[in-house]
Design a protein around this ligand. Structure first.
Ligand code: SIN
Length: 539
């Protein structure tokens, strides 16, 4: 993939510089959990591209999975995760995360998270793919908001932690094959070179590569693309998870309708009022997400109707309103009463399962760089993430990265001050005559049409050709602000996704090829699709 190593030019002799022991890129659950685990004697700088409250984590509705009830057991949560992952999970990773989940939930409680309770205990709900009730939640259906409120408040009291919001990480700095910091743009454009002994990447996902997504506008794959340009390995980029139920009302943002709604008993019905999930899978509405999303897609095709419906009308209205106040508020805004009316929904891009390859400690293949959360690929989710396993992954891997990075920062202090003058990156092509908004919209719409829930060789080849063409002229340019850099990152990520989807000639988890409709263990087994190396190699 031919592209510039850095998206922007800079001259280290005249740039602003900043030094930190550990730089954390991203302030969602993984980034702040990592930052809070770094011992007080190490200086931590956390950068986030928007307000600190504006991460995918804050929008999480359902909750955090962890075994807490005496009827449940770690083995059940492990098994459910492996089944959902469709043969591609790393069992050791699954066991580790599942066993650590309860302690991480306790840490959140210590930091002031007010989870919903029932008879004095944390209330537990169920979601697709879970054999038991094991999901803790808060404010009914606004778990991420409450968890992030508590974490952000805790982070603000940490003496060694500096938080820069409105700071876009344009690229990771590398020197002699190591990650040594990042070039960031503060408040729109002012470039700063941040030099760090260790860098933790927790920059989240890339749902914005699709026109239909549950993700907030910040989710443009910046961390994945920057790690790729810096030479880190990425894998499993074909596995974009589509959430089955995204509100589909003209004029609404694509608002998530939590899986917990089905966990509490809601039905899915087609336009004629028929339930279609019992015929699609024994687990009916509580089948794993990939199964439900595909069944909805087929139902929409069969009925020639642009959506299906969630029906909660048979459930206790008091329970519905208590459990789903946020969903109720949003639906009310469109004149829908969720206790009576059917709620129009369809699948939307939700979670990137692939990302920067990490080992059990969160170490990437690029020395000095660690990664946690959605930006990474740890092996926990396999080919399809089990609901409510993402926040817990961010917590467990954020903690692990921080421990590893802190130890490495002490072990390999290096002379950061000797590095800055080595860098003079010349300007790339100018940006004249490129309509960034138009190209971004074209890309997002192409991804829905050609790289959506059902894929095949022909559509993937067309997608590859179009995106390749766009990349040739858009990645060669230098932009001077966020919209252009985000477009370049979306294009980079889209190209990796399409390439991986084309190469995986089987169907597994979230990746469905109508020309290879079966899972092919003989050929694919536990194989990951690794992204081709970036070109030119990291400097
Ligand atoms: C949901 O509430 O359905 C989303 C939970 C998740 O993505 O794990």
């Amino acid at each position: 993939m031919s592209a510039n190593r850095y998206l922007v030019s800079f001259d280290a002799r005249t740039a602003y510089h900043r030094f930190a022991d550990v730089l954390v890129v991203g302030a969602g659950i993984a980034g702040l959990r990592a930052a809070l685990e770094i011992p007080d004697d190490l200086a931590v700088l956390v950068v986030t591209k928007d307000r600190v409250t504006e991460s995918n984590s804050s929008y999480a509705q359902g909750g955090i999975a962890g075994v807490r009830s005496p009827e449940d057991a770690f083995e059940n949560h492990i098994e459910d995760t492996l089944v959902a992952g469709d043969g591609l999970c790393d069992r050791a990773v699954v066991e580790h995360v599942v066993r650590e989940a309860p302690a991480q939930i306790e840490t959140l409680v210590r930091w002031g998270t007010k989870f919903d309770t029932e008879n004095g205990e944390l209330a537990l709900t169920r979601e697709g793919g879970h054999s038991h009730r094991r999901i803790v939640h808060a404010l009914g259906d606004s778990t991420g908001f409450e968890v992030m409120r508590a974490i952000i408040a805790t982070a603000r009291t940490a003496p060694n932690l500096t938080l820069w919001d409105d700071t876009f990480t344009v690229d990771l700095l590398t020197h002699a094959g190591r990650c040594v910091g990042a070039v960031v743009a503060r408040n729109g454009a002012g470039k700063v070179l941040v030099w760090a002994r260790q860098v933790i990447l927790a920059a989240g996902g890339c749902g914005m590569v699709y026109r239909e997504t549950t993700n907030p506008p910040v989710a443009t794959g910046d961390g994945m693309a920057a790690a790729y340009r810096a030479g880190a390995e990425l894998r499993d980029m074909e596995f974009m998870q589509f959430h089955p139920t995204v509100l589909y009302v003209a004029g609404s943002a694509r608002y998530l309708v939590s899986e917990a709604v089905r966990g509490e008993g809601a039905y899915l019905r087609d336009v004629h009022g028929e339930r279609f999930m019992p015929a699609a899978d024994d687990r009916a509405e509580l089948a794993p997400r990939d199964v439900v999303a595909r069944a909805i897609f087929r139902t929409m095709e069969r009925t020639q109707h642009p959506n299906v419906y969630l029906d909660l009308s048979h459930l206790d209205p008091e329970m519905v309103l208590r459990r789903f106040p946020g969903i109720n508020r949003v639906c009310r805004g469109f004149g829908l009463d969720i206790t009576r009316d059917r709620v129009p929904v369809r699948p939307g891009a939700h979670y990137m399962i692939g990302g920067v390859t990490v080992d059990a400690e969160g170490r990437t293949t690029l020395p000095g760089l660690w990664a946690a959360g959605e930006v990474s690929s740890s092996g926990l989710h396999g080919a399809n993430r089990l609901a409510s396993n993402s926040l817990v992954e961010g917590l467990v891997y954020g903690t692990a990265c921080a421990r590893g990075a802190a130890e490495a920062a002490r072990r390999e202090p290096g002379d950061l001050a000797a590095l800055p003058l080595k860098y003079v990156i010349p300007p790339a092509d100018p940006t004249d005559r490129l309509d960034v908004a138009d190209l971004t919209a074209s890309l997002r719409s192409l991804m829905v049409r050609k790289m959506g829930i059902v894929r095949d060789r022909g559509r993937l080849a067309e997608a590859e050709k179009d995106v390749g063409f766009w990349c040739r002229y858009a990645l060669a340019r230098e932009f001077d602000g966020k919209p252009g850099w985000e477009l370049q990152n979306l294009l980079t990520v889209a190209r990796l996704m399409i390439d991986a989807a084309r190469r995986r000639e089987e169907s597994r988890g979230t990746h469905f090829r109508s020309d290879f409709p079966a899972r092919d263990d003989a050929r694919w087994g536990l194989r990951h699709v690794v992204a081709p190396p970036a070109n030119p190699p990291a400097g």
